[in-house]
Design a protein around this ligand. Structure first.
Ligand code: FAD
Length: 286
């Protein structure tokens, strides 16, 4: 096995494009190294992207925020401005694993591991984040909801990698929240995850919203009907009921020992409602 740690994106892309056999990008390694030790994957080439500055920085861009794909959850938590504007994205990244795991785990790795239960993905989708992808044919931007196509199935083609995520500009009175259900207090895979981002007008009416659900379908869902159910409302009880119903209607979950279909569908509605209420509360003070 060959290990390379290029210091520029061009070098990384040349390595990814030119290598025969199986190639894997290494970010935090909290999924990849576990899978290698379990003999699930056996790469011929590992390209460590952590020395590439573009993947490791958080910068303001066109009124929004660009987060490098190899920025860790712990680093996001230390970023006071980002945490204030996108608390849901930051809290989702910091639900991943333990303190030690959060010091390694990245947004890019969480998305590209290809799990519909990945915690940061519903938060990024609710945020309206774009993934900036680089590859042999240049750069392209894809909405995060279009990157993960199914379990372990990504819209990336050979030689492509995610360089960063772009979070859009935030109007006043906007905020977000992410909640998940796990059978214990931490260190577990989401049975259901829900991300909500919303904007209020001066009277407290929701003018825009995005709702995303994880672990209830083969891919993380952007549930437009759930967002439509609360836009124009002040999230009063009837709007909450509509949100719950729309979230539940979107679910198509698996049935396993961690949650039955009925349980996941029920919890998806509850978490979507609770995440929306938290986002609403936060938006009032933004
Ligand atoms: C103890 C433990 C607890 C965990 N708990 C949680 C949890 O609560 N919630 C949760 O969601 N996950 C959890 N995970 C899984 C894991 O920590 C996360 O998915 C994490 O975000 C992966 O990021 P990473 O940087 O470590 O990825 P890596 O392991 O480096 O990479 C993961 C995959 O993505 C690919 N990849 C990485 N970066 C890129 C990129 N920029 N472009 C293209 N492909 C890329 C890699 O080739 C690899 O296939 C846990 C893992 C462990 C070991």
């Amino acid at each position: 096995m060959r290990y390379e740690a290029p210091e520029s994106l061009d070098q990384a892309l040349a390595l990814l494009a030119g290598a025969p056999g199986e190639t894997r990008i290494l970010a935090g390694g909290t999924d990849l190294l576990v899978q290698m030790r379990a003999d699930v994957v056996d790469p011929d080439l590992i390209v460590d992207i952590k020395k590439i500055k573009e993947t490791r920085t958080v910068t303001q861009e066109s009124g929004g925020w660009r987060i490098g794909a190899a920025v860790t959850g712990a680093e996001l938590k230390e970023h006071a401005q980002l945490k204030k504007i996108w608390p849901g994205v930051v809290e989702a990244a910091n639900l991943i694993g333990s303190t030690q795991v959060q010091g390694r785990a990245t947004l890019g790795g969480n998305l590209c591991n290809g799990s519909p239960a990945a915690d940061s993905v519903p938060a990024l989708i609710a945020a309206g984040a774009l993934a900036t992808i680089a590859g042999p044919r240049g750069r392209r931007d894809l909405p995060v909801e279009d990157v993960l196509l199914g379990p372990r199935k990504l819209a990336l083609t050979k030689g492509e990698m995610i360089v960063s995520f772009l979070l859009p500009p935030r109007p006043p009175r906007s905020s977000d929240a992410y909640l998940r259900f796990i059978p214990r207090t931490e260190m577990d895979i989401a049975v259901v995850g829900a991300g909500v981002s919303l904007t209020l007008d001066a009277a407290g009416t929701i003018t825009a919203a995005r709702v995303s659900l994880g672990a209830v379908a083969p891919r993380v869902l952007l549930v437009a009907e759930a967002a439509a159910a609360i836009v124009g409302s002040r999230l009063d009880r009837p709007a909450q009921d509509r949100l719950e119903a729309a979230a539940r209607a979107a679910c198509n979950p698996i049935d396993d020992k961690r949650g039955t279909v009925e349980f996941r569908v029920q919890v998806a509605g509850v978490l979507a409602r609770r995440a929306a209420l938290i986002a609403l509360d936060r938006a009032r003070t933004q």
